[in-house]
Design a protein around this ligand. Structure first.
Ligand code: CO
Length: 219
């Protein structure tokens, strides 16, 4: 008896378009009004800030569908306050879509985090990964106590998600929403490529009381 396996397909340009046609057929078969309903508008309750890694797609790993999650992804799920792309996504999610949760989700084995741990020059991306080196420096004392390279990488992945979530609540966008009485929580998660499971890092923030005094915005 052999166990069932999932084959990875050879992805071709034409195959993507055919895949789309097949998917539409499947969706209509299960619900003929599916696209009519979806095209009427979106009210996702969640903003996902995750890594661009092809193995960490927000919808599949949370068993959700199109329309459920508003998504922003970049290399190593970095959240920095000078990133107009991220700020625009956050502003739209909070002020227009009125999401109830913002989740910063990192993943163990993240290539971006591993590159930041090394000193090799990679290219233009070094400037982006510098933000992760800042996270390392903030937690240098703890990081120095971890000798095993994999454990070191795993911890930096967690700290990068935690600091990313902290940077989300440091924005005037989130603080103004809280001041206006909007229900909004910000979380840090880590996904395991090895088990497929998500770990909640349990650092959720729900109000302006969770903002460090130095980042509190006068409202
Ligand atoms: Co990654």
């Amino acid at each position: 008896m052999c166990a069932k396996t999932i084959e990875t397909k050879d992805i071709t340009y034409k195959g993507l378009l055919q895949g789309n046609v097949d998917w539409v057929e499947d969706m209509i078969k299960s619900d003929p009004t599916y696209f009519d309903k979806l095209s009427a508008g979106q009210t996702p309750p969640v903003l996902w800030i995750g890594c661009s890694d092809s193995r960490v797609p927000a919808n599949q790993i949370t068993n959700t569908l199109p329309g459920d999650i508003f998504v922003h992804r970049n290399i190593a799920n970095v959240v920095v306050h000078t990133d107009m792309n991220m700020l625009s996504v956050l502003d739209y999610s909070v002020n227009v879509l009125k999401v109830k949760h913002v989740i910063v989700c990192g993943h163990y084995g993240c290539g971006g985090v591993n590159a930041a741990l090394g000193n090799k020059q990679v290219g233009i991306i070094d400037n982006w990964l510098r933000n992760i080196r800042d996270v390392y420096r903030m937690h240098e004392r703890e990081m120095a106590t971890i000798k095993d390279p994999e454990a070191k990488s795993n911890r930096l992945v967690e700290l990068n998600a935690i600091e990313g979530a902290a940077n989300v609540i440091n924005t005037s966008i989130v603080q103004n929403a809280w001041a206006n009485g909007q229900e909004l929580s910000v979380h840090a998660w880590v996904y395991s490529l090895k088990t497929g499971l998500i770990k909640d890092l349990k650092v959720s923030s729900h109000s302006v009381d969770d903002v460090s005094p130095v980042f509190k915005v006068s409202l």
